[in-house]
Write a protein of this length. Structure first.
Length: 405
């Protein structure tokens, strides 16, 4: 039986699309094995959101060929959509629009195999594709194209199949999730699926945080108390240069409203440091807004020049040392407020969805509704919700013990 391995870089949408390719490969009779084991075929689902993502994509492709020089390497994802993609190690290029039809690149081995249950407790459900916001630093609209939404009935049908296969938490994802036709309606319908324990939203831009969406998160017990809302900068001049359609005051007011209405919610974010023209005053404005909102987690990105974007031609580019210094300063604030958020729940029971048992530590691992990664001492059941008590805090993670009933 031919062996095939998949490697995914980038966003949850890429992860979802890889899952679909894995399903198709298995249905064709392929033995899906972990990357980087030796395989007959490698599928590398690339990312191009930053220069570092390009670098990692190239490395994954070249490393696959190094593992088995005779293997067939299929490259797909956003990096292959760019003008700079040109690698001799690639045998087949599969565009984004074709990536979930991987059977076009694979010979059929046998009749369709029986469907395998998902080994995942948490899984992504991609309901939207494309983006037309054209933030000045972002290449994604050029490689993902116009906005399209998955039909509501199709999304619900797919979710039901996922739950039937063993998934307990569905993460609604998209390239620009807020553009989905009716997110609150979908949430309401998904919450009625028996055996689905949780619904989580992936990254959603601030302009799509409506009162209706806040109410859906607040009122539905299955919806996770977690919103990832990219801020990118806390300075109005930089936000305008980024082509972001809100001000720092808009963002802080939205965050305040969310926290007032939804108890214990985690608000996480993305911030870019070193955007062209970001002077010390602009950076301090970002730090000030972080201090005001106190995010439970921050994903920090150093600005990356992307050919084809508006910002690529901007002047006043920052030197690497300044960017590194600002990155480290923001890291300190990130760690401070993440730890403060985690410790705020030390004296109350927290519900964790058990995902797996960590092989190294022997501890059970899972997430709280408000996106705290927890490792649990004890003997728990995977796929179950368990009440725990936080004991100690180690970086991004928490060590806990079950609450005895």
């Amino acid at each position: 039986m031919p062996k095939i391995a998949f490697y995914t870089l980038g966003c949850r949408s890429n992860q979802y699309e890889t899952d679909k390719m894995v399903e198709q490969a298995r249905s064709l009779g392929y033995d899906v094995i972990p990357y980087p084991q030796s395989a007959d075929i490698y599928v590398i689902n690339t990312c191009t959101v930053t220069r570092n993502a390009d670098k990692k994509s190239r490395h994954a492709i070249r490393f696959a060929k190094k593992i088995n020089p005779n293997a067939k390497v299929i490259a797909t994802g956003c990096y292959v959509e760019t003008d700079i993609f040109d690698l001799k190690e690639v045998d087949v290029v599969l565009n984004n629009k074709d990536k979930t039809n991987i059977f076009k690149c694979l010979p059929k081995i046998k009749s369709q195999a029986s469907r395998l249950k998902s080994p995942r407790i948490r899984a992504n459900l991609m309901i939207e594709n494309g983006c037309e916001n054209f933030c000045s630093y972002c290449i994604v609209p050029f490689v993902r194209g116009k906005v399209t939404s998955k039909p509501l009935d199709q999304a619900i049908s797919e979710a039901k199949q996922m739950v039937k296969d063993g998934v307990k938490e569905i993460i609604l994802t998209g390239i620009n999730l807020g553009e989905f036709d009716s997110l609150p309606t979908l949430i309401d319908k998904l919450s009625k699926i028996d055996d689905l324990l949780r619904i989580r939203l992936s990254s959603i831009e601030p302009m799509y945080i409506t009162d209706e969406l806040i109410k859906a998160v607040k009122d539905d017990p299955k919806v996770c108390r977690h919103l990832h809302i990219p801020m990118q900068s806390g300075d109005d001049r930089i936000l305008k240069a980024m082509n972001r359609s809100y001000t720092s005051k808009d963002f802080s007011g939205m965050a305040k409203k969310i926290k007032e209405q939804i108890k214990d919610i985690a608000i996480t974010t993305d911030i870019i440091v070193g955007f062209p023209g970001e002077d010390e005053k602009a950076f301090k404005n970002t730090l000030k807004l972080v201090d005001m909102i106190q995010f439970s987690r921050i994903h920090i990105f150093s600005y990356s020049d992307r050919p084809g974007t508006a910002a690529f031609n901007f002047k006043n580019k920052l030197d690497p040392k300044t960017i590194t210094r600002r990155y480290e300063k923001l890291e300190q604030l990130r760690d401070k407020y993440m730890l403060r958020f985690h410790r705020s729940f030390k004296k109350k029971p927290m519900e964790v969805l058990i995902e797996q048992k960590d092989r190294k530590t022997g501890l059970y691992e899972g997430l709280t509704s408000n996106y705290i990664r927890v490792f649990i001492r004890g003997n728990e059941s995977i796929g179950q919700l368990v009440d725990v008590k936080f004991e100690s805090f180690q970086g991004e993670n928490v060590i806990a013990t079950p609450v005895l009933v």
